[in-house]
Design a binder for this molecule. Structure first.
Ligand code: ADP
Length: 268
């Protein structure tokens, strides 16, 4: 092989190489640097929870992984694919929208606000992506969407519009909709923080099940109990840097850094 870019691409998804690899990622908004050199790997089948105070850059990092934001420095690979385009001088550029759309198909994202199409029923929301983007046939997409809605406990709500569903039910539809694209990676951005407390559990239960089934997940959350039980690893961020990371029981029960200690003590 003579093309060195190809070699890098192949090697980056050799066995044991992470599904997500972020190296020295920086991001600034109007001169305000909110990510200051983030290194973070997520291996296939791993659940990683991003913890940290509001404003520390967790959501921005997640959005960079999905190319909803363009990074200023560093590199992100998802499934061996560089998120961006490197010129001959080694500078990173934003890819064309079509290429970004193709890369995003590998990634499901669930937002704080459920972002369902209000004029479509639950099942129409779930099958929209496969039909429009992947060109899956009507019958097949309907059957798959039904199965996904059953999986998130909403088999009987297929024909309900978002406004007829509770926040927890809407968020479960949003998860089913992301899964319908058969992503390799699921990103969750504070998926329960807009919900009434009594509805949080049903969404976390779906996420826990997904984790048990082996889905690779990167989750921004303030739900410490969920992080402690479900995460393989937690990453604590503050002011745009990773302060510490490791086994959730170690980091949450026995934090090493003052900033982590202070954040966790404020939660109780
Ligand atoms: P977290 O998810 O940890 O609460 P965010 O990633 O949402 O943190 O925000 C990190 C910082 O970046 C905050 O100071 C926020 O105001 C700023 N920020 C995020 N998005 C934008 C944007 N689109 N324009 C300007 N500033 C932004």
């Amino acid at each position: 092989m003579t093309d060195t870019t190809e070699v890098t691409y192949d090697e980056s998804r050799a066995p044991g190489v992470p599904l997500v690899r972020a190296l020295n990622v920086t991001k600034a908004f109007h001169g305000n640097e909110v990510l200051k050199g983030i290194d973070l790997d997520v291996h296939e089948g791993e659940v990683v929870c991003l913890l940290g105070p509001s404003g520390s850059g967790k959501t921005t990092f997640l959005r960079c992984v999905n190319q909803l934001e363009t990074i200023n420095g560093g590199r992100i690979w998802v499934d061996g694919d560089l998120m961006g385009y490197e010129d001959k001088g080694g500078r990173l550029h934003r890819l064309h929208d079509k290429r970004i759309a193709a890369q995003r198909r590998e990634i499901g994202m669930v937002f704080q606000r459920f972002n369902l199409f209000p004029h479509m029923t639950a099942i129409q929301n779930v099958k929209e992506g496969p039909v429009q983007v992947k060109g899956v046939g009507k019958k097949e997409s309907h059957a798959a969407a039904l199965e996904l809605l059953e999986r998130v406990g909403l088999g009987d709500k297929c024909d309900h519009y978002p406004a007829q569903l509770s926040g927890g039910q809407q968020q479960r539809v949003a998860i089913a909709r992301a899964l319908a694209m058969r992503p390799k990676l699921m990103l969750f951005d504070e998926p329960t923080s807009a919900l009434d407390p009594e509805l949080v559990g049903e969404v976390l239960a779906v996420m826990r099940e997904l984790a048990q089934e082996g889905m690779t997940m990167l989750v921004v959350t303030h739900e410490m109990a969920f992080a402690r039980e479900v995460a393989d690893r937690v990453v604590f961020m503050d002011a745009g840097v990773v302060v510490e990371s490791g086994d959730p029981k170690d980091v949450i029960n026995n934090p090493q850094h003052e900033r982590t200690k202070s954040f966790l003590s404020r939660l109780h």
